[in-house]
Design a protein around this ligand. Structure first.
Ligand code: SF4
Ligand code: SF4
Length: 323
């Protein structure tokens, strides 16, 4: 069942913060035990050696997610002439960047990595970010086991903890919107084709559909990992020997192949230990629950933020109706 900001607020007010905490804590504990190994997890494999930097994926992503044009890279010119985002931002969920150092040259695609154990999910006190079908918020109709990190704008209070927590600097905020939301890739879950079976029935990333070089492909994470390893084995001179995302930060569902001459750090991917930051933060944040300490102040703050957002939304609705 979908929980709206309104019902969440009512629930929090009626039952009191302590009651809400108890319910959430129970679910948080349950989520901790949910399988980290998801055989049906989906993801993407980006092969930097195949990418030609055409940016078709950037444009198609915008179209598929109805994101506005971003002319920030054109600042300084008198008139922006085309959509030219220079980085991920409130209008851009997918970006192609370029690394260049003398003769060494490579393209890099950046979007949410759909981490196996995501920090953004771990720090979100409202459960507005969650692994599809898992955790403190799982909505009707969600698939379990896909591992897609989905976002619920109705429960987000705009605290932006997720932005701070993400090692990949992915979640962005709609700074210029009166009702700002977090913006990040959700693997085009809304484009899932329910008439199909397999990965396409759970998501259908527009960037993969449009790439003329198949530099980015979509499928089950386990199969993509096998494909990546096969490519490296077949042509070790072409590739960096590592598949980024297999283990970094606990693993990611978006995997990367880089040219032999370029490191993943040069492509902008952070060097991370094999254990996830989330496993540590979950331990810390769940400890008070285990010892029966109720963080009333935290949830009182959350209730306040929900109330404020609800008021803003109602004002905006009235404004729209009055037009
Ligand atoms: S890349 Fe960042 S936003 Fe995406 S799942 Fe991982 S922690 Fe969350
Ligand atoms: S569509 Fe494919 S080739 Fe073009 S920029 Fe995107 S990933 Fe690279």
């Amino acid at each position: 069942m979908r929980i709206s900001r309104r019902s969440l607020l009512k629930g929090a007010a009626a039952a009191g913060a302590a009651g809400a905490v108890t319910a959430l804590a129970g679910k948080a504990e349950a989520s901790e035990h949910e399988s980290k190994h998801r055989p049906d997890a989906v993801g993407m494999l980006y092969d930097s050696t195949l990418c030609v930097g055409c940016r078709a994926c950037v444009t198609k992503c915008k179209e598929a997610n109805q994101l506005p044009v971003d002319q920030s890279a054109m600042q300084g010119t008198e008139k922006a002439v085309y959509d030219a985002p220079s980085d991920l931002n409130g209008q851009t969920k997918n970006i192609i960047k370029v690394f260049k150092d003398g003769e060494r040259f490579a393209f890099m695609k950046q979007q949410c990595m759909h981490c196996v154990e995501p920090s953004c999910v771990s720090v979100c006190m409202m459960g507005a970010l969650h692994k599809e079908g898992e955790g403190t918020r799982s909505f009707e109709g969600e698939n379990k086991g896909t591992g897609i990190v989905v976002y619920d704008k109705y429960t987000c209070v705009g605290c932006r903890y997720c932005q701070i927590a993400c090692s990949f600097n992915v979640p962005k905020f709609e700074w210029f919107d009166p009702l700002p939301r977090i913006v990040k890739c959700e693997l085009c879950k809304h484009r899932a084709d329910k008439n199909k079976t397999g990965p396409l029935a759970v998501a259908n990333p527009a960037c993969c559909e449009v790439c003329p070089r198949e530099a980015v492909i979509y499928g089950k994470r386990e199969e993509l990992l096998a494909i990546a390893k096969k490519r490296i084995a077949a042509d070790p001179k072409r590739y960096n020997a590592k598949v980024y995302g297999e283990k970094e930060g606990g693993g990611t569902q978006v995997l990367y192949l880089a040219p032999a001459s370029v490191s993943f750090q040069e492509l902008g991917l952070p060097e991370l230990p094999e254990h996830s930051a989330a496993s540590f933060s979950e331990h810390v944040s769940h400890t008070p629950y285990l010892h029966g300490v109720t963080p009333i102040a935290l949830y009182a703050t959350a209730a306040f933020l929900i109330h404020r957002n609800k008021k803003k939304e109602e004002e905006a609705e009235h404004h729209e109706e009055g037009k």
